[in-house]
Design a protein around this ligand. Structure first.
Ligand code: ATP
Length: 215
């Protein structure tokens, strides 16, 4: 059996309990040996976040510090240009060799746009994809393109044991506790002076206050 490493890429602008609880439940359900949180320095499909990658990574570090399974991976901050997941996966594979299965975690909102990602057809050459349902995702947004439907059909497995038999190539869906938390809503609440307690760790809220982020 290979090691199994969960990969959670995101803007983390800011990190919240939706991310953390999802990572924990997937680690428990699928037996991840570690989950790597990889903040995107320059997200290709968004306007540059107003909060720097360094601040966003610092908040991830605070949020995961007390969980020995969770690791912050800064490789996208060290690269110039757009932060493409394919480049991240190639460099992870170079680092880990064939020793580990990589499980790229994705909410349904991210998966429906997968066919706009740089070299998206090659992603499964480096990792498995673990899909989780994001609550209250409008039906028209969840409709998959014909190409993504075919990808799902060709690579889908219901059996979690498959994920450690091979290092890459499967798509697996995993049920998790639906938590309707988004960074967008958190930023809105912070901007309008509303409380964000119980949506994210207290130490992250303290960091936001100290550094006057999202004001
Ligand atoms: P924003 O609101 O700014 O778009 P976000 O809350 O979606 O941010 P990201 O950093 O963009 O957070 O998300 C990283 C990954 O985590 C994506 O795959 C996303 O689908 C997933 N994710 C984020 N929040 C949740 C949640 N509450 N439940 C399940 N998956 C989530």
């Amino acid at each position: 059996m290979k090691k199994c490493i969960g990969i959670l890429g995101g803007t983390f602008n800011p990190i919240h309990f939706g991310h953390l609880r999802m990572a924990q439940e997937l680690a428990d359900a699928l037996g991840f040996d570690e989950v790597r949180f990889i903040p995107s320095a320059n997200p290709p499909h968004r306007t540059t976040p107003e909060v720097s990658a360094e601040h966003r990574a610092a908040m991830v570090q605070l949020a995961i510090a007390d969980n020995p399974l969770f690791k912050l991976d800064m490789r996208e901050l060290a690269r110039m240009g757009a932060s493409y997941m394919i480049d991240t996966l190639i460099s992870l594979r170079e680092e880990l060799g064939e020793y580990a299965a990589l499980c790229l975690i994705m909410g349904s909102d991210a998966f429906v746009k997968l066919d706009t990602w740089h070299h998206w057809q090659e992603l499964l050459d480096y990792c498995h994809i673990i899909l989780v349902q994001r609550p209250n995702f409008a039906p028209d947004q969840t409709r998959l393109s014909a190409e993504l439907t075919a990808l799902l059909h060709d690579h889908y497995t219901e059996n979690p044991d498959d994920l450690t038999e091979k290092t890459n190539g499967y798509i697996h869906m995993q049920k998790i506790t639906p938590l309707e938390i988004s960074a967008t809503r958190i930023r809105e609440r912070l901007k309008t002076g509303h409380s964000v307690r119980y949506l994210m760790p207290e130490n992250v809220i303290a960091y936001i206050t100290t550094h006057k982020l999202y004001g």
